[in-house]
Design a binder for this molecule. Sequence first.
Ligand SMILES: [Zn+2]
Length: 85
Amino acid sequence: MPGCSILGCRAYKRTHLPNLTMHRLPKKDRQKWLDIIGVENINLQFKEPRICSLHFDDKSFNRTLDVIRLRDEALPSSDLIITIM
Ligand SMILES: [Zn+2]
């Protein structure tokens, strides 16, 4: 399975990030996501780029006991794009 498509993000290589989730670009907001992320910061060679949860702030998620879901209207946080190494 491919890791996070954000260039420089190595989250998928860390073995123990229990809360890490991966999120596909939504069809509807795809362009919005790309504008925030910056096309130079994302690897688009995969058909289905995925962004890991490290690039969203906490309020983007709906947490229930066992399930972490990204809210429908959630957008990646531009502050969190290139800071993860
Ligand atoms: Zn990532």
